[in-house]
Design a binder for this molecule. Structure first.
Ligand SMILES: Cc1cc2nc3c(=O)[nH]c(=O)nc-3n(C[C@H](O)[C@H](O)[C@H](O)COP(=O)(O)OP(=O)(O)OC[C@H]3O[C@@H](n4cnc5c(N)ncnc54)[C@H](O)[C@@H]3O)c2cc1C
Length: 390
């Protein structure tokens, strides 16, 4: 059962319709089989690529559709509302932004058209390290310049889709933290060609997690990367990565909105059909109010996502709005997930309903790509002027 949605969240109706149609070809059985095996949804990603949905943010001159973030959020929201999962490929949409904004003309011409066509997959984004955690300036993976190459040593964790990507945007130190002017200086971005790297200094080890997310641990042991693969200026990499984070947070927020709509659609339909004590369970306010509350919360979060995307597309600073959108949307989708399980009673736990799978999937987004506490800390210190705690 499709719910009425606020007019403001119905942007790009033709894109939404086309995405819904595509997703019909990938029903619950498809995702359940992959989930059991922790396998990658190759056919789904190929279909999205061929339809051009993963290149909406790439300018037309490089073969993309040159649309804004608003269009990209429509794509991801509809994927998630349909019960599919964009986590397998959302990075193909936005990771290229680092090359687009900070790469040389030669790098853009070389990579962007192939990323737009899907010939090259740029799905991996290597920032997190086991000992640094959220404190990115503490990363220690080091790229040492030797003539016309960098030699990389270190370790990354939670690097998703590394086994399903041709390229990776990698953040590493090129100056030790203690020798840099500021902790955020001295980090650089390298574009690593995974096809050359695996087995020649790069080892990928998959991590089995509570959801099917193709995430991995990476080990670098004297991996050689051509110096021409440096993006932008050496030492400025942290700034380039931060630049890409607003888009990532807004897009993840739109996935949460889609998840939330999935849960509300399913709960409303089930509450209307399921009869206990001789009447539909949805006739009880104890059942219908939680569904209505989830809808109210999700609608408010959707407005913040739309606001943040609009500011991003207007080139306005939107760090706070992107953070708030991600936090509100991830909390609203989680509340909707919990409500949906409760509405379904025991059936919420049955694999074949897809609710327990989506429940596990949507939980991630309160932790990654940035955890809720770090967002609250940003608002407390940057917006409200409260003292910094770290
Ligand atoms: C499935 C999955 C996929 C991922 N994919 C990628 C990827 O592709 N690329 C990538 O680079 N990373 C990826 N990540 C990493 C993700 O971005 C981090 O897990 C996330 O940012 C949190 O960092 P952490 O796990 O190191 O937690 P930590 O930094 O260790 O924090 C642990 C907890 O403590 C809290 N905390 C820490 N410091 C403070 C403080 N000062 N005040 C209050 N609370 C605090 C945090 O909010 C968090 O709840 C992925 C993670 C997962 C689980």
């Amino acid at each position: 059962m499709a719910l009425p949605v606020l007019a403001m969240t119905q942007s790009h109706p033709e894109i939404r319709e086309a995405v819904r149609k595509l997703c019909e070809g990938f029903p619950g059985e498809y995702w359940r089989a992959l989930d059991r095996e922790r396998a990658y949804p190759t056919a789904f990603v190929q279909a999205l690529t061929q339809a051009g949905f993963l290149s909406v943010l790439i300018p037309e001159e490089y073969g993309g559709s040159g649309l804004g973030l608003g269009a990209a959020t429509a794509v991801l929201e509809e994927i998630h509302r349909s019960g599919c999962n964009g986590g397998a490929c959302h990075a193909q949409m936005y990771t290229m932004g680092t090359i687009l904004r900070h790469g040389s003309a030669e790098q853009k011409a070389r990579y962007l058209p192939k990323i737009a066509s899907g010939e090259l997959r740029l799905q991996a984004f290597g920032v997190t390290e086991p000992t640094a955690g959220t404190d990115t300036t503490r990363i220690s993976t080091f790229a040492r310049r030797e003539g016309d190459k960098y030699v990389v040593n270190g370790q990354k964790i939670w690097i998703s889709r590394a086994e399903h990507s041709d390229l990776m945007v990698l953040l590493c130190r090129t100056t030790p933290r203690e020798e840099a002017k500021k902790p955020s200086d001295g980090m650089s971005v390298l574009l690593v060609d995974m096809r050359d790297a695996v087995g020649k200094g790069l080892t990928i080890r998959p991590i089995r997690t509570m959801l099917n997310h193709a995430t991995t641990e990476l080990f670098f042991d004297n991996l050689e990367v051509p110096a021409e693969n440096l993006i932008g200026q050496e030492g400025q990499g942290f700034r380039y990565i931060i630049d890409g984070m607003n888009a990532e947070r807004i897009l993840i927020a739109s996935e949460c909105i889609g998840d939330g709509r999935f849960f509300i659609d399913r709960a409303s339909a089930y509450a209307g059909e399921r009869e206990v004590f001789g009447r539909s369970i949805g006739q009880n306010q104890g059942v219908q109010f939680p569904i209505a509350r989830a809808y109210v919360q999700l609608s408010a979060a959707a407005l913040m996502v739309e606001k943040a995307a609009g500011m991003f597309d207007a080139d306005e600073p939107c760090g706070t709005e992107a953070n708030m959108a991600k936090m509100l949307a991830s909390e609203a989708s989680w509340a909707a997930a919990d409500m949906c399980i409760q509405t379904h009673g025991g059936f919420g736990f049955a694999e074949e309903y897809d609710i327990e799978r989506k429940f596990r999937e949507t939980r991630l987004y309160q932790v990654a790509p940035i955890s809720t506490n770090l967002i609250l800390s940003h608002v407390a210190t940057h917006v409200l002027g409260l003292p910094k705690s770290f």
